[in-house]
Design a protein around this ligand. Sequence first.
Ligand SMILES: [Zn+2]
Ligand SMILES: [Zn+2]
Ligand SMILES: [Zn+2]
Length: 270
Amino acid sequence: MKLHFLGTAAAEGWPGLFCRCEHCNKAKQLGGKNIRTRSSVLIDDTFKVDFPPDSYYHMLRDNIDMAAVEHLFITHTHTDHLHAADLEKRSPVCAAGIDKPLHIYGHDLALQSCLRELDLKTNRYELHLIHPFRTVQVDEETRVTPLLADHDKRQTCLLYFIEKRGKALLYGNDSGWFPQETWDWLEGKSFDAAILDCTKGPLTGRRNHMNIEAILEINIIFQDKQMLRDQGRIIATHFSHNCGMLHEDLEREFNPHGILVAFDGMIHHL
Ligand SMILES: [Zn+2]
Ligand SMILES: [Zn+2]
Ligand SMILES: [Zn+2]
């Protein structure tokens, strides 16, 4: 399984679109891995989690064939995760050379956001309503199970457990400390990578988003319960400028524990 991190920031991006704070100024000055766009991961070039407003830029920056994406899983409808208006650019008038529909999976609110923008009669899209803990057989070799997040009480924010050709990935953001139902479902499971929400960095609190402390604690739980397979790694992502840590600061914190710090454009193979 090839994981391609297209974006690794929280909602405002880092540097933030309108921000003049010292952390954003520093990121602008240093560039490189300190420049973070809104979060999304491309899996094996055909499978994607979330569609942020930076998707057009991701296509340009990493030379991505966005038309090759066949399955799009939406975690929730916050603007950094679903920019449905740009999905309309896959319509026949905007996109040539496409012979397959894009399958979009999400909860009620996510599908409603898509329906407002997309013309389903074009056969360019197929929407699939999914439910927490009900596994979806996406194609012959891929199974996806939506799990519950702790993120926004006003909608059913989802995480994903993705299994393909013997490999498994836990896509764990946006979320604070997992709800008990999710821990219960994960009991006895193992995986090759877990992508976790580190929005808060060194700040306190683990509701709605996680911080470094929560991720280190989860790392111990995963190891104690042998949930991380051989070579299995936690990968931290979705960083907010409010956490104030540049890429190398985050690596200094996480690398001694074997945890990877995602950056825009990073590719990791399972
Ligand atoms: Zn987010
Ligand atoms: Zn800032
Ligand atoms: Zn969110």
